[in-house]
Design a protein around this ligand. Structure first.
Ligand code: SF4
Length: 201
């Protein structure tokens, strides 16, 4: 995040676009919110590093049914997550102009955030903020994707050093669809949760 960008000002832009917004100074405050806001629901998630760093699924599993292949290691959770009451995800980048960018290889995260669950939460550390959409797209492609390719041990040119995108044609390529969310979909209310800490990639 650039120092000149105020996270709370950015959330006002997202509110204008129709998102429900939340700002938390740290993970602990965010987790307290989720613990009281989400109870007795089915909760879907993918393999988000941000959500894993928060320990959020462990907390929510006390009062909810969790469907996340990244958490359970059960591939059948992918389909169940797509129709859960609540879907939790992070983003590869968000812009100060009010857009969210996600790049998927499998497509489960993008598809679940477009249609299926009854409520969507995008949870992001302030490290995901870029000044505008072109720089958010650049971040998703040259920072988030290579680091994810490295984490997932993909055989791609970016995975070795996680330094930049090489626009590969590898069978292991994880960049297969890029979604730019300009506004919440009409299928479900969507929240932006901004946590003032670096989280995920
Ligand atoms: S297109 Fe290929 S090289 Fe570029 S980030 Fe995606 S997987 Fe890595």
């Amino acid at each position: 995040m650039k120092d000149s960008i105020n996270p709370q000002d950015i959330l006002k832009i997202f509110e204008k676009h129709g998102y429900i917004t939340h700002y938390f100074a740290n993970i602990s405050d965010a987790n307290s919110y989720f613990e009281s806001a989400i109870r007795n629901k089915s909760v879907g998630a993918g393999g988000s590093v941000t959500i894993a760093q928060m320990g959020l699924l462990e907390i929510l599993s006390k009062t909810n049914k969790i469907y996340s292949h990244g958490y359970s290691k059960d591939p059948s959770d992918i389909a169940k997550a797509a129709t859960a009451d609540v879907y939790l995800t992070s983003a590869n980048a968000i812009s100060a102009t009010g857009e969210i960018v996600n790049i998927d290889g499998r497509g489960n995260r993008i598809s679940a955030t477009l249609n299926g669950p009854s409520e969507i939460y995008f949870i992001c550390g302030t490290n995901k903020i870029e000044p505008d959409l072109p720089q958010a797209l650049w971040r998703a492609k040259n920072i988030a994707a290579p680091k994810n390719a490295q984490r997932l041990r993909k055989k791609t040119p970016c995975a070795a050093k996680a330094d930049k995108c090489y626009n590969c044609s590898s069978p292991d390529r994880i960049c297969r669809a890029t979604c730019i969310y300009t506004h919440p979909l009409t299928s479900a209310p969507a929240h932006i949760v901004l946590i003032d800490e670096p989280l995920g990639y």
